[in-house]
Design a protein around this ligand. Structure first.
Ligand code: BTN
Length: 246
């Protein structure tokens, strides 16, 4: 591909110093017809959000905080597959930078058992469905306070190096675009195979929303199969948060 063609395919990146949440800003741009794949990055968020209504906090400049605006070419029922797809792209990107990244179902990215990155998918339905794929990656943190100390890590703590945010962003956006295209054009199977190769959940005892058992497999629809000794249950990766409600 020529350099000009590469540039034409490269996603638009909107880099802000401070924003409430890159998710909210991505939806704002989406409503203003920003192109599919637009990435919103911030040095700091004043109201960053995590899954299940939790806050996502990071000291200014310590993390990669990005939301990708997706105009999905998938039926609404399949949108949650985008979060497994994002986890694959992110784990690969971090592994390429020397971080021993693994995926914990459905889409946390861990290194040596500690969380290094989180993924939040939110949707808004209006005349068209918009999805914001939000990713927070701990990069430069030298340590964590309180109960996070035992549960969180950063790329610096894992590699001893300060990874370049811009370079990591570009690498992630390229991988995300490739895996997303596979999902939309070929289907979930290639993503599933890669997710299985990168995961740290299958074969482990899990406890999810009151269900305890052995994680046996990820099925072709992205559900985790959990064997509680009596029945194999299908646990569906959480529905997308509806950003319109916030
Ligand atoms: C999780 O709870 O694990 C998901 C965390 C997702 C955080 C990211 S940071 C960039 C984007 N903007 C937000 O407000 N949240 C996501």
């Amino acid at each position: 591909m020529t350099a000009a063609a590469e540039r034409a395919r490269a996603p638009v990146v909107v880099w802000l110093h401070e924003v409430d949440s890159t998710q909210s800003h991505a939806f704002l741009l989406g409503a203003e017809n920003a192109p599919d794949g637009t990435a919103v990055v911030a040095d700091v968020q004043t109201a960053g959000r995590g899954r299940r209504g939790r806050a996502w906090r990071a000291e200014p400049g310590t993390s990669l905080l990005v939301s990708i605006l997706v105009r999905p070419r998938l039926p609404v029922a399949k949108l949650p597959l985008l979060s497994l797809t994002t986890a694959v792209a992110l784990a690969e990107t971090l592994a390429e930078s020397g971080v021993p990244a693994r995926i914990k179902w459905p889409n946390d990215v861990l290194a040596r058992g500690r969380k290094i990155a989180g993924i939040l998918l939110e949707s808004r339905t209006g005349t068209a469905t918009l999805v914001a794929v939000g990713v927070g990656v701990n990069l430069l943190q030298r340590g964590f306070d309180g109960d996070l100390e035992a549960r969180a890590t950063s790329a610096y703590l894992e590699t001893g190096r300060a990874l370049d945010r811009g370079a990591l962003l570009q690498a992630f956006l390229a991988r995300f675009a490739r895996w997303r295209a596979r999902l939309e054009k070929v289907g979930f199977e290639p993503v599933r195979e890669r997710w299985l190769a990168l995961n740290d959940t299958i074969g482990d005892a899990v406890s999810i929303d009151g269900l305890t058992g052995l994680a046996r497999d990820l099925d072709g629809a992205g559900a985790l199969l959990v064997d509680d000794g009596a029945t194999v249950h299908r646990v569906v990766a959480g529905a997308l948060d509806d950003a319109a409600r916030r």
